[in-house]
Structure formats: C-alpha cells, structure tokens
Design a binder for this molecule. Structure first.
Ligand code: SF4
Ligand code: SF4
Ligand code: SF4
Length: 165
C-alpha cells in the first residue's frame, strides 16, 4: 500500500526547503515541483538497485548516501509515473558535492584515505602539503554519487547542495 504524502504538510516542507532542501533522487524536479508531483507511491525506492533511496519526511523519497552509492542508472526515474523524477526536464542528476568536515581523521593527525579509494571519479586528492595529508575534493569531478560517504570511518563526509547555476 502506498503512503500518500500528507498534503497538509506540504507548506511546512516547502518552507523548510527554502532553507535547505532534502537530498532528493537524481533528476528530481525542483523541491516545490517535486512535492507537488510526487504521490508517495514509493516506486522509485523499490526500483533502486543500490537501495539508497528511503522515505523521508511525509513519505517523500530522499537519497541517503550513508547507505551507498548512486550509480545514476536511471531506474528511479523510469519508475516514477507522475514524473516527479524527470530526466527529460532536469539537465543534471543533481548539484551536490562531497565535503569533509572537522571529524576527518587526518585533521587530527591520523592517516586515512578511505574516501579517495572509494571515489569512482578520482575526485579526492591528498596533496602532500602537510605530514598527514588531508582530503581535497575537486568540484569539477565530484558527481555527488555518495560513494565516499559510507566508507568514512568517522562520518566526516556529507553531500552539500550547490546553488543553481
Ligand atoms: S539513479 Fe539508480 S542508483 Fe541512483 S537513486 Fe536512482 S535507481 Fe538508485
Ligand atoms: S575517509 Fe573520512 S576520515 Fe578518512 S580521509 Fe576521507 S573524510 Fe577523512
Ligand atoms: S561524492 Fe562521489 S564523486 Fe564526489 S568525492 Fe564522493 S565518491 Fe567522489
């Protein structure tokens, strides 16, 4: 049985979205249009082979990179009948970028490069500028796939949404 989003909560969600929108599935419409179009059927969540989509607030799908990597296979978009996830209307999957926070081990003198090894785009470098190199993420390479997030032993990595160009 589908969990139809509580439409009375849409205004609240839209209000929140102006501060920081949740990480929706790739190719999701802009937040206001997404929550308007999405019926909460859960088809995208069920179809995702990587199982990285979950129900968020009010039943709307969100991408949780702690669960793994988005491979941009497009299955979620294909499953979305109301076209809330819409590859024809949205030019890039999303505008997110990985960012390492203060918990990052090398910042505390502990050698670690797990994120670099996990990144399929080779977007994470460790310049040899200090005795314990810290990660630097290339925004031109990072796709926001999330592969680095779940491998970080101290949950230092998050995906940050970028402003629209
Ligand atoms: S593009 Fe594929 S891997 Fe990524 S969220 Fe959609 S179904 Fe899952
Ligand atoms: S995996 Fe985590 S702790 Fe290790 S270098 Fe990357 S961000 Fe830092
Ligand atoms: S989000 Fe993906 S592409 Fe970006 S740094 Fe992490 S693993 Fe690499």
């Amino acid at each position: 049985m589908s969990a139809v989003p509580d439409r009375s909560r849409r205004a609240l969600l839209l209000g929140r979205s102006q501060a920081r929108a949740p990480l929706r599935p790739p190719w999701a419409l802009a937040e206001a249009d997404f929550v308007e179009a999405c019926t909460g059927c859960g088809a995208c969540i069920e179809r995702c082979p990587e199982q990285v989509l979950v129900r968020g607030a009010a039943g709307y799908a969100v991408f949780d990179p702690r669960l793994g990597e988005c491979t941009f296979c497009g299955d979620c978009a294909d499953a979305c009948e109301p076209r809330a996830i819409n590859r024809a209307a949205v030019d890039v999957p999303w505008r997110t970028l990985a960012s390492a926070g203060d918990a990052c081990l090398p910042r505390h003198g502990v050698v670690c490069s797990s994120c670099r090894d996990a990144c399929p785009e080779r977007a994470i470098a460790f310049p040899l500028s200090t005795s314990v190199p810290t990660p630097v993420i290339d925004p031109a390479r990072c796709t926001g796939c999330g592969a680095c997030v779940s491998v970080c032993p101290v949950d230092a990595l998050t995906l940050m949404q970028q402003e629209q160009a």
